[in-house]
Design a binder for this molecule. Structure first.
Ligand SMILES: [Fe+2]
Ligand SMILES: [Fe+2]
Length: 355
């Protein structure tokens, strides 16, 4: 449940802000403050999606003739996620503009709280799909930064980060592209291919981001992530062409989340995004570009969430993902009505999409 109004104690101090998710910690706080009751206003419940389908409590209750992503849109948790996500994107926009134009301090509490609250609405297993379903609404730098922050939050969990490191990685992800605010919109939002000159201008955003954050009271790793998130471990990145350990660890991690989000963005894929295709692109591009400790964990965990999912194969057959092949992450074992297919043994047969 989510608290619908700001909660004050008898001294008129804010105890629980609006939109807080009622987790164990908050429930403890309620009993500590001996609040007699919580008023959670009943909002008029939306009953149909924008597309006109009934909103349901779980995926199984959705119209089974719809695709997986369409069914997800029908769930109440996605509808909550969508509402918060759009509000958060606006908040981030205001926050970034305050930093860049008014030179105000970065509101780190707000950025962290928003990211964590949004993540709490999802289960880690479907956060990627929820993010995918948001692509139709916005394609801005702010949304990209929120996506990367959400991905960093998941990565931090997978890497067993401490709370402090988790917070720092979320902030590093959130602020990595703040330098893009200094690049003209005509280039950032250009729909077609950039000219060489325009691309050279885009490539100045890491240094610009670092300049914006340099004088802020932020952990070093957040500043270095802005400067180095386009560096690649094999030295092929920019602006400095640094290699391996010369690139700050947090910048290497943000780099993975950043590329994942760019690959899966609306411009590249539309409805038919398959996480298995993403893994294949990462592998084709060369895994040696990315943090060796993290890239395999990241890709493995992503495909792991699709075990038991129904998929469509490139030859038109439908089947179910049975087992992930650790040596060929994009080619799992599939069960169809005719038997098992080991995709790693059949050249050219791939997973087209999740059904
Ligand atoms: Fe960037
Ligand atoms: Fe980025």
């Amino acid at each position: 449940m989510i608290v619908g109004i700001d909660i004050y104690n008898s001294m008129n101090q804010l105890v629980i802000p609006k939109n807080t998710v009622l987790d164990d910690e908050i429930i403890r706080r309620i009993s500590t403050f001996s609040l007699p009751y919580l008023k959670i206003p009943v909002e008029e419940k939306q009953t149909v999606t924008e597309e006109g389908y009934n909103i349901v409590d779980s995926l199984d209750q959705a119209d089974q003739s719809l695709s997986y992503y369409e069914r997800l849109k029908c769930t109440r948790s996605f509808q909550t996620f969508k509402k918060e996500f759009l509000e958060d994107t606006e908040e981030i926009k205001n926050c970034f503009n305050d930093v860049v134009t008014k030179h105000l301090p970065v509101n780190t509490n707000l950025l962290l709280e928003r990211t964590k609250q949004l993540a709490a609405i999802t289960q880690d297993s479907n956060i990627f799909d929820m993010m995918h379903n948001m692509r139709q609404y916005d394609d801005s730098t702010y949304m990209h930064c929120l996506n990367v922050a959400l991905l960093c939050n998941v990565m931090a969990k997978w890497l067993n980060f401490s709370e402090e490191d988790t917070n720092n990685l979320i902030l590093a992800g959130m602020l990595h592209d703040v330098g893009k605010l200094m690049i003209p919109d005509s280039i950032i939002k250009k729909p077609g291919k950039l000219t060489d000159e325009e691309y050279d201008i885009v490539k100045t955003h890491p240094a610009k981001g670092y300049t914006i954050l340099k004088s802020q009271n932020l952990p070093e790793c957040v500043k270095f992530a802005a400067l180095m998130h386009h560096e690649r471990c094999d030295g092929s990145g920019y602006p400095l062409g640094l290699e391996n350990k010369k690139i700050h660890r947090f910048a290497r991690l943000v780099g993975i989340a950043d590329v994942y989000d760019a690959m899966t963005s609306a411009r590249v894929y539309r409805d038919s995004l398959s996480p298995f295709t993403v893994v294949e692109i990462f592998q084709k591009e060369g895994l040696q570009k990315y943090d060796p400790e993290c890239i395999l964990i990241f890709l493995e965990r992503i495909v792991d969430t699709y075990v038991n999912s129904k998929v469509l194969l490139s030859d038109g057959q439908e089947g179910e993902v049975i087992m992930i092949n650790k040596d060929y992450l994009s080619k799992p074992l599939i069960q169809t009505s005719y038997g098992f297919i080991d995709l790693s043994k059949i050249d050219g047969l791939t997973i087209e999409k999740i059904l």
